[in-house]
Write a protein that binds this ligand. Structure first.
Ligand code: NAP
Ligand code: GDP
Length: 317
């Protein structure tokens, strides 16, 4: 029996895609061919371009990462643009169905959960109330993936599922100060400050909000496990433990430490804090993988800072 697999990764040039590419390249996995597609290969907002991509590669499996992704300040200003994700997800799942893909793993996020909710958040709560007002476009578009997965399963028996990562960081992140998430933005800003000889490192907001952060290299391992071992249609949260939740203030100190920066850190409270916390339970993940070891936060931050110092000229700025 031919059990060779062709795995298409949409969004393969991004933060998570690059981490998966590095992992599977290192592992030299047998009977698997991996294709990492970017916007250059197909604009997935366009149905025909999406179908052509799937017809060209005939994937047996898909990890669907492609999305318009941004940090708090990008979301606040551009909710309409984030609704582009509706088209991308519709097209990818429809093309997957039409070309007979055996399994699709798509990506939600812990920031799409209801704003007013009980903590910790779990997988059953995705649709239980409006998201935080800062990112309603991204949130509703992402929530529809779960609806589509259930509907494709009900009508056609498709194995389309989704994962719900917390805030991701690592090499190949988006270091643009306007659109990036907090970790790449702080790395970029402090790098620029140190280079310019400044002795004041500015962090937006009060520093009090709490976040769970997952290193892209850990997430890559979990993605590959979900693709081949996780057989539910319902989503699974891929997050560090609740005890690993940290404040933005703590994060800023970790970034400063990784740069060996000992001068002042100031908090610009004229800037938004966003949702105070999004504490998610990884109990479901732990029920499958009780011994999975996450990279300690300070080591992962240090590796990310070192990567940026080495690669800042070619990094996405
Ligand atoms: P990223 O670094 O911004 O990469 C986005 C990827 O999507 C890029 O490869 C980009 O291609 C591709 N893409 C965007 N629009 C496209 C389009 N119209 N057609 C084709 N490709 C398109 O994102 P990421 O951080 O790796 O995120 C990966 C997934 O994880 C996303 O689904 C995101 O929602 C989810 N997620 C991310 C986080 C986080 O903190 N970053 C947290 C939870 C969930 P180009 O490079 O060619 O533009
Ligand atoms: P979120 O986790 O989805 O809210 O997105 P972010 O990764 O953008 O994190 C936002 C949190 O980090 C908020 O509490 C911001 O106030 C705080 N923060 C501090 N400095 C920055 C910055 O330079 N950029 C971003 N995006 N957030 C920052």
């Amino acid at each position: 029996m031919n059990d060779s697999k062709l795995i298409l990764v949409t969004g393969g040039s991004g933060l998570v895609g690059k981490a998966i590419e590095e992992l599977v390249t290192l592992q030299k996995r047998e009977n698997e061919k991996w294709i990492f597609a970017s916007r250059k290969d197909a604009n997935l907002c366009d149905y025909k371009a999406t179908k052509d991509l799937f017809t060209k590669y005939k994937p047996t499996h898909v990890i669907h990462l492609a999305a318009k992704v941004g940090g708090l300040f990008d979301n606040i200003s551009n909710n309409l643009d984030f609704l582009d994700n509706l088209h991308i997800n519709d097209n990818v799942l429809q093309a997957s169905y039409e070309t007979g893909v055996k399994k699709v793993v798509s990506c939600l996020s812990t920031c799409i959960f209801p704003d007013k909710t009980n903590y910790p958040i779990d997988e059953t709560m995705v649709h239980y109330g409006p998201p935080h007002d800062s990112n309603f476009g991204y949130s509703y578009a992402k929530r529809m993936i779960d609806i589509l997965n259930r509907a494709y399963y009900q009508k056609h028996g498709c194995q389309f599922t989704s994962v719900i990562p917390c805030n991701v960081f690592g090499p190949h992140d988006n270091y643009n100060l306007k659109s990036g998430h907090v970790i790449p933005a702080l790395i970029r800003r402090l790098y620029d400050d140190i280079t310019a000889g400044k002795t004041q490192f500015t962090v937006y907001g009060s520093g009090k909000p709490l976040r769970q952060f997952i290193y892209s290299k850990d997430l890559a391992k979990l993605f590959v496990w979900v693709l081949f071992e996780y057989n539910e249609i319902e989503p699974i949260i891929l997050s560090v433990d609740e005890s690993e939740e940290v404040s933005i203030q703590h994060l800023a100190r970790e970034v400063a430490k990784a740069f060996d920066y000992n001068d002042e850190i100031v908090f610009d409270t004229t800037k938004a804090d966003g949702q105070y916390k999004k504490t998610a339970s990884n109990a479901k993940l732990r029920s499958y993988l009780p011994n999975f070891e996450f990279t300690p936060f300070s080591i992962a931050v240090k590796e990310s800072v070192d990567w940026y110092k080495k690669n800042h000229e070619s990094a996405r700025n």
